[in-house]
Design a binder for this molecule. Sequence first.
Ligand code: HEM
Length: 227
Amino acid sequence: MSSIAIGLRENKAVRLWDSTNGKKAVMAVSGFILFLFVLGHMLGNLQVFEGPAQFNRYAQLLRTLPEGLWAVRIILLIMVVLHIVAAVQLALRKRTARPIGYAKRKPIGSTYASRTMYWSGPIIFAFIVYHLLDLTSGNLNPNFIEGDVYHNVIASFSNPFVSAWYIFAMVLLAFHLRHGLWSMFNSLGLTHPRYTPALRRAATFFAVVIFLGFISVPIGVLTGIVK
Ligand code: HEM
């Protein structure tokens, strides 16, 4: 490919990133990839109900492909960075467009979930950092045993405060996903008045399924179903 063609393509990518619509598209695509991970992770976690052997085998299986695991980790990290940088830049642009806030703010046409995006996002990020230190590295889990993922999950969720923190984070994640999925359809221009109610229902459906799937683990441990 000639250097002119490469230059033109790079220019187009920079112009897209600079535009508000481009940033919204970046948020939509990165958000969708993170959503796929969250859905897969929630489904994988449900194997905890099949007992320690099955759950640890599943966790072990992920480690038998170290290159694949690291490739996924790096992609997820890039998606998280893009998602956060685009969100912060869009928020700053919005503020520059209206430097003085409304005297009395009365939300019109926005849902509770859409108004919480900018604070649920940082709390979910803080949760992910805590979660990695709890169940991946074990720094915050006093009973952590390397490689015994089932034991680590039980050790963590047996503490009701830890379970409550996870459940609280999952409530925020559900709100974030519901609005995020809906915005994604909008940003990618996938909406049509005829399909709007169905798309809204689909976003709510996935948010609720992911919420119930995730909280079933701490609830399973606290109720003794998962021992
Ligand atoms: C109650 C809910 C959750 C449970 C029980 C859970 C369980 C786990 C466990 C057991 C691991 C360690 C896996 C291993 O070391 O093999 C893990 C890792 C991880 N979890 Fe979760 N998780 C939950 C929610 C979430 C959520 C909501 C997110 C993201 C929004 C998330 C993101 C991650 C990430 C990024 C890793 C590290 C994967 C890696 O690179 O090794 N988890 N989770």
